[in-house]
Ligand binder design. Structure first.
Ligand code: FAD
Length: 550
């Protein structure tokens, strides 16, 4: 059995950063165990290729949530990256840090070091923002952020003008001083290729002699000596393997897999573990609980003018877009499907935005089951305005249903299970139609396709969004951070309460969800988490044990 200073489980947005930061000094050996395989795949590297990876089991866990009464009984599809780079290798690449108030609330909940001012240096250090450096934006960091303001489709400008006519300010930088308003999204690409956490952090780290990365390695259990984590057990090529951690085991498996792995290892709700025949090492009712996610929906219109549907659907258009991409690394294939968007308040008495907008210059009204036809959109010219809630109050949970680590855990979403979540979504979908009714977007609308003009009453609008909405892939908080072991899973230094040698560093530790997409905050969590590990190593603050090399 090999021994490493640190074992990092999962090479996603956070895990890639943890591996890079912990190995940078050369002092520590780091083993990264990733259940998926290489990210050197065309549809991973090509930004719009994520339509292809959305259901691809070679790179995606393809989770199915349980049938949800809040979603009209639907079993929502939950893609999560199973690949180097994790979900940052299959995501929509929108770069939003979240609101300063989100992180200030984390701090106020008893987590010193997690206010926006505390975290801003990490956000800036991570970034290489094409829009240039400011006191809020970074340059020269590992994650290149493309400023797309000059590249978007003309219809995106119509959307921006219509949203302004509906009362929203133009916002040139959602990662600037304020989130409210509409604008063009910054995205994580460089030179027309996806800028995942693997590309920015893990791949450079893999060149170091002190980093070992094992792919197709599914960690099935954390091993303990008493209450101290000392290694992991994993499955690779059908064989059971073990590796030993001289210092720490760090779980970066993401919001679904990290609580699953803790539960499989005997850390979680005692009754559930006992029912499944798992010995309880440390009872904590909160492992897997407090699941928070953003729910989203699209409204779609048929247009009187060509949209990207006319380019991406016919073979000749695909060939043209493909040539433009291959020769120049530009055009629609080099971008996210969400070219523009923004943030708004459903009610002006609110202090800050509670909804996010997405503008898509194409439409996919009739996908077949198991398909996300971004690269083969509708035959008519169409576009969509989507939205998602930012801080819903509904809570779900993720619980194992078997002691077998290859069985998917149960995902209970409980979407729209509070009156306030329903009420704000109702106000929000009405606002989508207000935008669409404004010139200059109204001038090019032929008809509303979804939900369609017959859906107007509150009851019908609610029924429609329950039927058609679903995750926008931002699950967090299933191993939430907090000072109190009776209401959280990890402490503010991300150490699992009640145990030693074990941390969680990924999106599952968010005390609450943030206002916006979660990749930037997950990468920041990797950065901050690694900093905490290194501080504790050098100050002997936490557990101490001999280090050894592989
Ligand atoms: C389709 C999609 C679109 C999205 N769009 C955006 C967007 O546009 N902008 C944005 O900001 N965010 C977006 N997100 C969300 C964002 O990508 C995630 O919040 C973020 O990547 C989560 O990071 P993480 O480190 O917590 O987990 P992940 O990045 O998911 O990493 C977890 C890693 O751990 C591995 N792993 C898990 N369990 C084990 C195990 N037992 N053994 C070994 N390895 C394991 C996984 O295979 C994976 O590689 C999107 C997500 C998806 C899925």
């Amino acid at each position: 059995m090999q021994t490493f200073d640190f074992i990092v489980v999962g090479s996603g947005s956070a895990g890639s950063v943890v591996a890079e930061r912990l190995s940078a000094s050369g002092r520590f050996s780091v083993l990264v165990l990733e259940a998926g395989g290489t990210d050197r795949r065309f549809f991973v590297q090509m930004p719009l290729g994520y339509g292809k990876t959305f259901f691809d089991p070679k790179v995606n866990w393809n989770y199915a949530a349980d049938a949800d009464p809040g979603l009209a009984g639907n079993k929502d599809h939950w893609p999560r990256g199973k690949i180097l780079g994790g979900s940052s290798s299959i995501n929509a690449m929108v770069w939003i840090r979240g609101a300063a108030e989100d992180f200030d609330a984390w701090r106020e909940a008893g987590n010193p070091g997690w206010s926006f001012d505390d975290l801003l240096p990490a956000f800036r250090a991570i970034e290489d923002n094409q829009a240039g450096g400011t006191d809020l934006r970074g340059t020269g960091g590992p994650i290149h952020v493309t400023d797309n303001r000059k590249n978007v489709h003309p219809l995106t400008h119509r959307f921006l003008a219509a949203a302004q006519a509906a009362g929203l300010p133009l916002n040139q930088d959602f990662n600037g001083a304020a989130q409210e308003g509409v604008g063009v999204y910054q995205i994580t690409t460089k030179g027309g290729r996806r800028m995942s956490a693997a590309r920015g952090f893990l791949r450079p780290a893999m060149k170091r002699a002190n980093v070992t990365v094992e792919t197709d390695a599914l960690v099935t259990k954390v091993l303990f000596e008493g209450k101290r984590a000392c290694g992991v057990e994993y499955l690779q090529n059908g064989a059971k393997q073990t590796a030993r951690a001289g210092r720490e085991v760090i779980l970066s498996g993401g919001s679904v897999n990290t609580p699953q792995l803790l539960q499989l290892s005997g850390i979680g709700p005692a009754a559930l573990l006992a029912d499944l025949g798992i010995d309880v090492l440390h009872a904590n009712e909160h492992v897997g609980r407090n699941l928070q996610d953003h729910q989203g929906i699209n409204y779609t219109w048929k247009a009187k003018v060509p949209t990207l549907n006319q380019l991406l659907r016919p073979w000749w258009g695909k060939a043209l877009a493909g040539m433009q991409y291959l020769l120049l690394r530009s055009g629609p294939l080099s971008m996210s499907m969400n070219q523009g968007g923004g943030f708004f308040r459903t009610d002006l008495s609110r202090a800050r935005p509670n909804m996010q907008l997405y503008f898509q210059v194409f439409s996919t009204v009739l996908p077949k089951a198991g398909e996300r036809p971004i690269l083969t959109p509708d035959p008519f010219p169409g576009f969509s305005i989507g939205l998602s809630n930012c801080r819903p109050s509904s809570r779900g949970e993720i619980m194992i249903r078997s002691a077998d680590p290859t069985v998917q855990p149960r995902i209970t979403v409980n979407a729209y299970s509070t009156n306030s979540d329903v009420a704000e979504m109702l106000d929000a979908v009405k606002f989508l139609r207000r935008i669409a009714a404004q010139s200059p977007i109204a001038d090019v609308i032929a008809e509303e396709v979804l939900p369609g003009p017959s859906i107007t009453s509150d009851a019908d609008l609610i029924q429609d969004f329950r039927k058609r909405s679903g995750t926008v892939y931002h699950p967090v908080s299933t191993c939430r951070m907090g000072p109190d072991p009776t209401s959280s899973v990890v402490d503010p230094r991300l150490r699992v309460h009640g145990l030693t040698g074990l941390r969680v560093i990924d999106a599952s530790i968010f005390p609450d969800n943030i206002t916006g997409n979660t990749n930037a905050a997950s990468i920041m969590t990797g950065w901050k988490g690694a900093q905490l590990v290194l501080e504790d190593v050098s100050s002997f603050r936490c557990w101490r044990s001999p280090s050894s090399s592989p």
